[in-house]
Design a protein around this ligand. Structure first.
Ligand code: KG4
Ligand code: ZN
Length: 337
């Protein structure tokens, strides 16, 4: 059988990543995180693009080395076209375009949100693969969507957030609690040893849509009120606060998923995106298999937060369909699923 080697580059936000795939099998997936943003409490776009510029060559070299191939073995070059930060996307796009031109191989522009979903088709992403159609809850720092996936490149957004993304709710809550960016994983960690003793009102949002800005404000007011009475409230109750926030968010997500399953009749449910690394949402989805008879797909940790392996698998599907891009393709910060 033919072997296709693709180099994929991801630089949409604050992680510089490169991956080499051989058909559906990931040979390398190098991710360089940008520490610089943690002290600012969020991603600083200007600093992100500069860091990509510094990281991209070493990261690509490392990916080729780990895959044990040279650039002459590559059959195509892929990059994240969007959505994301313009300055960050441009670094990956320019690099990939130049490399494809120099090697005279096809160029593949990849949609980051489709890639989060299609990460499920990586050989070792999970023990079983979803079949079409399936529902995917895509939850990240920039997006919160329920997507009906009809085929690799035929996806419909059933609902999405009308304000903040769920990852933003995690990160902003962490900031209120004095935790560094990105706060999602830290809230998750503290929640492990806490109890959900505090309750926050869940937003009422129509259809399959979400809203998280009200929750963030509710948490802020609650904390401010408690701290006024007891200045050590956060320190003394950190684990319980985190468990309560995590519980509320997981309930909001599960409520909407149940509604989507009911209305579409599709019982195959996948999760994707950085927040799908969250232990509570993973646990609830696992339980939904026995409780509601769903078939759930939970990707390996390394394929949840931003990575180039997901760009690579999406590129392989595009390559097989002959969906190449020409050199006039440009980064698109607002690219839609
Ligand atoms: O997909 P991703 O790496 O980047 C975007 O495309 O946005 O998602 C990053 C988001 C951040 O908001 C981060 O706090 C959140 O994913 N995140 C988590 C966890 N791990 C990462 N949120 C909750 N629990 C986690 N374990
Ligand atoms: Zn992402």
């Amino acid at each position: 059988l033919d072997k296709t080697y693709i180099l994929a580059i991801e630089s949409s936000c604050d992680d510089t990543s490169a991956s080499v795939i051989c058909n559906e099998q990931i040979l390398s997936n190098i991710v360089a995180n940008q520490e610089i943003h943690s002290k600012y409490g969020g991603v600083v776009p200007e600093l992100a693009s500069r860091a990509h510029q510094q990281n991209i060559v070493p990261v690509v070299h490392a990916a080729l080395k780990e895959a044990n191939i040279t650039k002459e073995n590559l059959n195509a070059i892929a990059f994240t076209q969007g959505p994301g930060l313009m300055g960050s996307l441009l670094v990956g796009a320019s690099f990939a375009k130049s490399m494809a031109l120099a090697l005279n191989v096809p160029l593949l522009a990849i949609n980051h949100m489709q890639a989060h979903i299609l990460a499920h088709f990586i050989d070792d992403a999970s023990d079983k693969k979803p079949t079409f159609p399936f529902l995917c809850l895509t939850i990240s720092g920039g997006h919160t969507q329920i997507v009906k996936v009809n085929n690799y490149f035929d996806m419909e957004i059933l609902g999405e957030t009308i304000d903040d993304a769920v990852g933003e709710a995690y990160d902003k809550t962490a900031k209120i609690l004095g935790l560094p960016y990105p706060g999602g994983p830290l809230i998750d960690k503290h929640a492990q040893t806490g109890n959900p003793v505090f309750t926050f009102t869940k937003p009422k949002v129509k259809e399959h849509h979400f809203s998280f800005s009200g929750l963030k404000t509710a948490i802020l007011y609650f904390i401010q009120k408690q701290v006024k009475e007891n200045p050590n409230f956060i320190q003394e109750n950190l684990n319980d606060i985190c468990a309560s926030v995590q519980n509320t968010i997981a309930e909001i997500l599960m409520d909407k998923l149940k509604k989507a399953v009911k209305e579409t009749g599709i019982k195959q449910v996948a999760i994707a995106g950085g927040v799908s690394a969250n232990s509570e949402i993973r646990k609830r989805l696992t339980n939904a298999q026995t409780h509601f008879g769903w078939s759930c797909y939970i990707p390996k940790f390394e394929y949840t937060t931003d990575n180039a392996a997901m760009i690579a698998i999406t590129a392989y599907q595009k390559y097989k369909l002959g969906l190449y891009n020409n050199q006039s393709v440009t980064a698109n910060p607002r690219l839609k699923v």
